[in-house]
Design a protein around this ligand. Sequence first.
Ligand code: FNR
Length: 378
Amino acid sequence: LGTYFAGLAGELPTMPFSFAAWERLAEEKLEHRLWDYVAGGAGDEQTQRGNVDAFTRYGLVPHMLSGAAERDLSVELFGMRLPSPVFMAPIGVLGVMTEDEHGDLAAARAAAETGVPLVGSTLMQDPLEDVAAALGDTPGFFQLYTPNDREVAESLVRRAEAAGYRALVVTLDTWTLGYRPRDLQHGTFPQLRGACLANYVSDPVFASRLPNGDTSDVATVVQHWALMFGNPTLTWDDLAWLRGLTDLPLVLKGICAPDDVRRAVDAGVDGIYCSNHGGRQAGSAPALHFLPGVVDAAGDLPVLFDSGVRSGVDVVKALALGARAVGIGRPYGYAAAVGGTAGVVHALRSLLAEADLTMGLNGYHDVAEVRSRPLVRL
Ligand code: FNR
């Protein structure tokens, strides 16, 4: 109501309240090539659009007179009590999406302010240690792209542990880049121009792979990074090695098939992250379509979900389909591009306010109650 009363007095909000509005502003602001990298996806982008459309095929069932004036949105994850079920998914080029090129720090500061956890990408513009320091008391998770050089992978994990990250999220769906027509048309993508490689440049093992350990020449860094980034030979046989890398909770990102969930459970992981990378990697079915099957196969293990979440209503629907925590990618990325830390804080607060109101007006007191009531299929 505060916003409406301020409006009555002529004080109009300066920031958007919907994904569509953030998206429009981000497109206006970002350099065309970067906009295409962020907004684009694999192939004809049907999967990416399908991720969003899939949410319209489910509906919540309103319950009246339930006394849900106070709601509890908190969830438990890896032994922590989080104030809400929302988290920020890893975005590799977040660093260069803001004017000062410190988008990762902007997101970390927004995490500190809101209590919404950040999954920090391997491809950050600031070293993972600096981002961890900006998180304050809010938990951060480190997302690993497993390089084909195991010693570099181990070094990144040791650093993430030392910096205080609370879980290791290993992304499995990007062992090579997907077919992305927009980037192909531009003939490049940000990392090839040396952006967002700070975690490699600051890594002593990576540096030791460069001639004379010299990290000052961007072209040499990019060349070595490109040779190391892809990891097509990684298979389930390597999971024991991944598991042995850390005592932190281990989460596998990019899992959609129930039989993959069972293999992951057998390998001793601590969480499953159901995602199709926001439709950026390969044409597939909408990610939401896979969520119930993944939740079922995961048993007691928590399932994290992202891909296509655009509103607080979507958050509640993903929870109802069994997600323990719900991630957003582009929604906070656009807010960072438009408004830096303040933008991300506003976008997160708006999303949470909508989720909270949606729960309350539909008569749900807490997340457990959301999960216990079936959605309708439309
Ligand atoms: C991503 N994503 C991603 N995932 C990951 O594991 N590591 C990464 O570095 C990145 N980088 C990245 C860059 C950009 C520009 C985008 C848009 C996405 C995928 C991300 O974590 C998440 O899975 C999707 O963004 C979720 O879909 P929505 O919310 O964007 O629809």
